[in-house]
Design a protein around this ligand. Sequence first.
Ligand SMILES: Cc1cc2nc3c(=O)[nH]c(=O)nc-3n(C[C@H](O)[C@H](O)[C@H](O)COP(=O)(O)OP(=O)(O)OC[C@H]3O[C@@H](n4cnc5c(N)ncnc54)[C@H](O)[C@@H]3O)c2cc1C
Length: 484
Amino acid sequence: MDMDHEIIIIGSGIGGLIAGCYLAKSGLNVLIVEQHDKAGGYCTSFKRKGYTFDAGVHNLGSIDKGVLGKILMEIEVHQDLELHLIDPTNRIIMPDFDLKIYSNFDQTLAEFIKVFPGEELPIRRFFDFILFQDFLTVYSKVKKMTFKRLLDDFFSEDAIKATFSVLLGNMGVSSLEASAVAAVILFRQYVLDAVYYPGDSMQAFPDALVRKFKALGGLIVFKDKVIKVEKAKPQTFTVSTETGRVLRCGIVLSNSDVSELYKEIAGAKNKEREVVDSLQVSSSAFCVYLGLKDKLSEFTKTGGCIAKAFNYKMDSYIPVPALDLGRGDVSMMVFSIPEYGAIDSSQNNKSGLRLLVFAPYVSEEFWAQNKERLKDRLLVLAGQTISRLADNIEFAEAATPVTMRRYTSNRAGAGFGWAAIWGQSKVNIIPQRSSIEGLYLAGHWTTGPMGQSGVPGVSLSGRKAAELIINDLGKKWEYPLIKL
Ligand SMILES: Cc1cc2nc3c(=O)[nH]c(=O)nc-3n(C[C@H](O)[C@H](O)[C@H](O)COP(=O)(O)OP(=O)(O)OC[C@H]3O[C@@H](n4cnc5c(N)ncnc54)[C@H](O)[C@@H]3O)c2cc1C
């Protein structure tokens, strides 16, 4: 049977786009099918009334020292991507103190010691352990721990443990459940590396990847959803889409949530079918996107991403429990302010602001009942932090976990795919080379020690998927091993 394409990639999230670039670069005929009208998945931006908002991802880490910078060099996207350094990278406002994380580690260390003078020695020991020890040494010591247990080993004060727990918003899992290995990788690869903002909106990043993919000969179609994948014979898949395309290919690479695919894929036995329903997914998010008449100069000066904890209940930061959300009782909220662009140039006195709480999916009915009430509650809470906020609002729109699911088809609107919790962070639970010959995965619905989530994680998984496919096709993988 003739093939339409050697490889079809389902979804143009960052994992799918990175894999597509490597595969097209090695001369393979690759098609990406994307259901949305733009590329990027959670890393997209949208426009409303002259404001541009980032739907999910608010900054890119792991570029200076981590994996993403190396990947962008290998696929040669770095020259085509304008990156603005964000420094400080994070500000954490706790009930009794305020702390900043900088792109320069020594500055961050000094900040922690200034805020917690009594904990100087444990702070130095902790950072030395998570940042500067050989990764395999760290892995062997923490592989059976949760992140909370690791924090307990170093610190006695709840305040410092809660501060580190706030930062796990970057993987969508509470510190009480998070795998310590995944959390250590998050700190090494992302939180304590510099972070950047691409071009004039987050969309600039996936758009640069699409330009590269097409320049390498790749094809991408938008506004079409893959609805069925059938294994026709050992070396052939038939991929059917919502608009009626029926395409044949030798390899399918799924960058989408695989739960349904594993249950429905015709003509193929797979062990993953047994486990997808038993795995826990990461937290989703409730967001309020605000268009403001004036720039928030005083507030923005302090950093692009500001997390505010209203108490020290670190088990209710990520996600905030449904019962608390229903009462408008929020333990932690994140303010994201795109400092670069993100506003149409004709309106450049204005600014956009996103309020976010980590939230569970619960049900469509729950969000239909609570969306407006929770939006109003977040506006009140934000108004207590930012002076004159209420007078400044020109536009406000909320997105619930149901919205997150609708735009990306991620199960339960999960922001980070499978939860990187202890016991669920092994490569072989949902492996990238699946048990169905010719079906591979890239993105945050594969499992691994680092949870494969966030832009650095899914980028690495996209690279890994390409490496597996290229090796399995008997071609040479020409890039060096990337060490964590
Ligand atoms: C609110 C929020 C904020 C975040 N902030 C950050 C951050 O600042 N930094 C960071 O590193 N990470 C952040 N993350 C996490 C990060 O966005 C994700 O882990 C990562 O982007 C997921 O990438 P992915 O490749 O797995 O694909 P996804 O982003 O999940 O994209 C999947 C793509 O596949 C498409 N698709 C799905 N099913 C089909 C189908 N059947 N047919 C065709 N197309 C299909 C979807 O439309 C989508 O484009 C955030 C997440 C959220 C929700």
